[in-house]
Write a protein that binds this ligand. Structure first.
Ligand SMILES: NC(=O)c1ccc[n+]([C@@H]2O[C@H](COP(=O)([O-])OP(=O)(O)OC[C@H]3O[C@@H](n4cnc5c(N)ncnc54)[C@H](OP(=O)(O)O)[C@@H]3O)[C@@H](O)[C@H]2O)c1
Length: 289
């Protein structure tokens, strides 16, 4: 895939137009930020004073998002890059350094989700979903790490409450997201001396863009399973929680009452937790399918 960097100004004066707020003077990369939660997190970071590199795979949609940010006076550039490709991630990080000269915050948000049972899934579909969540976090981090060490920066892996205990019809997604928790823990131990923050945010049901699609067992894009609207947080609300998590340099943030209940059941009453999932799988199939 060819990479496109848009919004770069030649010989950008340093510092870039200083915003006010808790992230003033900081530079962030948010992967998968042409849509959804990533876009609203990037917007919240800009509003809090940061300069942000937007990212996605679709050049047209990414440019539409970048332009809307620029029109609102926000300090952004964008870089088309597939985060499951390491060379593309190196160019994504280079775009941040070229535009703003430093990197303080990395949020690995890009992800492909699924709506398919393991027994039906084509192996290559499992791999696409898993890779987007695991290597789509590992590769941007690997490329960004030297810059983040320089600034004693912050890394946040965006995960899901479904990674806390697994979820029927989400095998590759849950396995990939769960791997991020162990990765963050290991990196905290390995890189403790660097002062870099490694955190994980487990997001619960959130309002989706109308055109959001996930993969079915054959790898076709389909609508996400129905989730009760009253259980869904707004994207802006989730973005605000992600920013608070970064500011407080938290190890783990679990969003929503349901997420906290899953942690409680998984830790202290695992058999009850599994009984609830098995019962709802039978009685509320549309919730999973
Ligand atoms: N929405 C929820 O209810 C919910 C719940 C729990 C966790 N989460 C997590 O929150 C994050 C954002 O979710 P969302 O609902 O906002 O999803 P979304 O609207 O589908 O946004 C995901 C973004 O990632 C991009 N992307 C996917 N694969 C990519 C790749 N290889 N390289 C670069 N960009 C890539 C997508 O663009 P293209 O595919 O068009 O390239 C899209 O812009 C994800 O990590 C998700 O797992 C969401």
């Amino acid at each position: 895939m060819s990479e496109i960097i848009t919004g770069l100004r030649p010989r950008l004066a340093q510092p870039w137009p200083a915003g006010a707020g808790p992230f003033a003077g900081q530079v962030a990369i948010v992967t998968g930020s042409e849509s959804g939660i990533g876009r609203e997190t990037a917007r919240a970071l800009c509003a809090a004073g940061a300069a942000v590199v937007l990212n996605g795979r679709n050049a047209e949609r990414l440019e539409h998002t970048r332009q809307s940010f620029a029109d609102a006076g926000l300090t952004v550039v964008s870089c088309v890059a597939d985060v499951t490709d390491y060379a593309s991630c190196e160019r994504l990080v280079a775009a941040a350094i070229q535009a703003f000269g430093r990197l303080d915050v990395l949020i690995t948000n890009a992800s492909i989700s699924q709506r398919a049972y393991f027994a039906d899934m084509q192996p290559e579909v499992f791999q696409r979903v898993f890779d987007s969540n695991v290597y789509g976090s590992v590769y941007p981090l690997k490329a960004a790490l030297p810059h983040l060490i320089r600034t004693r920066g912050s890394v946040t892996f965006i995960s899901s409450i479904s990674a806390l205990n697994g979820m029927p019809s989400g095998s590759a997604y849950c396995a990939g997201k769960a791997a991020l928790s162990n990765l963050a823990h290991t990196l905290r131990l390995e890189l403790d001396h660097t002062g870099v923050h490694f955190g994980v945010v487990h997001i619960g049901f959130t309002q989706n863009d109308a055109d959001k699609r996930v993969l079915d067992a054959a790898g076709q894009p389909v609508l996400i399973a129905h989730r009760p609207p009253r259980w869904q947080k707004t994207q802006a609300g989730v973005a605000a929680i992600i920013l608070r998590h970064i500011r407080r340099r938290r190890k783990r943030t679990v969003i929503s009452v349901l997420g906290k209940l899953i942690v409680l059941l998984h830790t202290f009453f695992p058999r009850l937790g599994d009984w609830i999932v098995l019962t709802t799988t039978r009685r509320l199939r549309h919730f999973y399918e």
